[in-house]
Design a protein around this ligand. Structure first.
Ligand code: ADP
Ligand code: MG
Length: 356
């Protein structure tokens, strides 16, 4: 979707990825196949580009730093901030430093640390892998002492470190997409509500309101500015009795922002590209009173006639991933309508046409 947006803006897009089948390779004519942890491959690629960005934050940030330095490539967001956010421990430390509320947490690598976290934070207790977790992979909810023992035995001491987080009794989950360009202009799309199914996003709807959001956004802009962040960032929030708290940050385009591509004149993918090229990012607008996005989790490829028979307000985005696994994000549906709830209703109805 980034590649398609860059193409729409008139850029010649090159993709470096590991497999020819990758969705982005299917839509560009400049395909580079290579290992993303190979220094020479990255150098050769980045040296030829005007600007380089990444779609996953789980690359080796030290390696990317070296590549950027050596090739003088414009690589955004910076490997430094990507490295800081890809590790939950340093991400939480940054949030604490910026006084942005987040669930209380402890670093956990040993049995003693796990027990300390449990006695300080109580049950249920949430363990999260410091690196590489997504869509609930890497998140463990522990209900009591017996489960803690099992967790320690099965998970600790294998070079994987965790953080332990206090369970948050949230009213609902919210999210917002922020963006900052090279000169420091900052924009954010509206606040949306998201619902997770088995720890992965099932749907979002919006716009939604929260009385504390304006103050949160003002604070969050400081984090973006101080870390010299460039590009789009996804922010996941919990709406709690005590106000908004951050669940996690993603230094990239984000699933809860997929609705923007059919709702705003400039969606998150195009906005990311504009931010990298230091273009104005505030001149995007919408007339939508309501919108929704539903993920096609584990869906089979749509029947060839399906998309011509969908409700006219439904827009299908199919990613072209080769294999459908249960819960895997295979595509999504966007709907714009007169209210968030009517949009969601239409999207969920359209979902019934898919084999899941
Ligand atoms: N501390 C918590 N308290 C309650 N629920 C949580 C907590 N942390 C995560 N969750 C639930 O698990 C989901 C996935 O956790 P998250 O930290 O966002 O990991 P991922 O990177 O897999 O998205 C969240 O969207 C939320 O529904
Ligand atoms: Mg998440």
């Amino acid at each position: 979707m980034l590649a398609l947006s860059a193409h729409h803006l008139g850029f010649e897009v090159h993709i470096l990825s590991e497999n020819q089948d990758d969705p982005a390779q299917q839509v560009v004519s400049h395909a580079h196949i290579g290992q993303l942890d190979d220094e020479e491959t990255l150098e050769n690629f980045a040296a030829k580009m005007d600007v380089t960005t990444f779609e996953s934050e789980f690359l080796d940030s030290d390696l990317l730093s070296r590549v950027a330095k050596k090739t003088k490539a414009k690589l955004y967001p910076s490997p430094r901030i990507m490295g800081q956010l890809q590790d939950r421990l340093t991400q939480k430390t940054l949030l604490d430093k910026m006084k942005i509320p987040t669930a209380p947490w402890y670093p956990v690598a040993t049995q003693e640390q796990a027990e300390l976290a449990a006695s300080e934070l109580g049950y249920p207790l949430v363990f999260k892998k410091r690196r590489g977790g997504y869509d609930g992979y890497g998140t463990f909810v522990i209900q009591d002492g017996a489960a803690l023992k099992d967790f320690v035995k099965a998970q600790l001491g294998r070079e994987v470190s965790f953080i332990a987080e206090k369970w948050v009794p949230f009213r609902r989950e919210l999210a917002c997409i922020f963006a900052r360009n090279v000169s420091g202009e900052i924009f954010h799309y509206p606040l949306v509500e998201s619902l997770q199914k088995n720890s992965r996003c099932f749907w979002i709807k919006g716009p939604v309101k929260h009385p504390g959001f304006a103050a949160f956004a003002a604070k969050f802009k400081k984090l973006l500015a101080q870390s010299d962040y460039v590009g789009v960032m996804g922010v996941e929030l919990f709406d709690t009795k005590k106000g908004l708290i951050v669940n996690e940050l993603a230094p990239r385009v984000h699933n809860t922002g997929h609705y923007t591509m059919d709702t705003f004149t400039t969606g998150q993918f195009e906005l990311h590209i504009k931010a990298l090229f230091d273009q104005p990012i505030k001149n995007t607008k919408t007339n939508a009173k309501g919108f929704a996005m539903v993920n096609l989790l584990g869906a089979e490829p749509p029947h060839k006639d399906l998309q011509w028979t969908l409700d006219p307000s439904v827009r299908l985005h199919w990613y072209g991933k080769k294999e459908a696994r249960p819960g895997r994000k295979m595509g999504h549906i966007n709907v714009v309508d007169s209210s968030p709830d009517t949009a969601l209703k239409t999207a969920l109805k359209a979902l019934k046409g898919f084999k899941i």
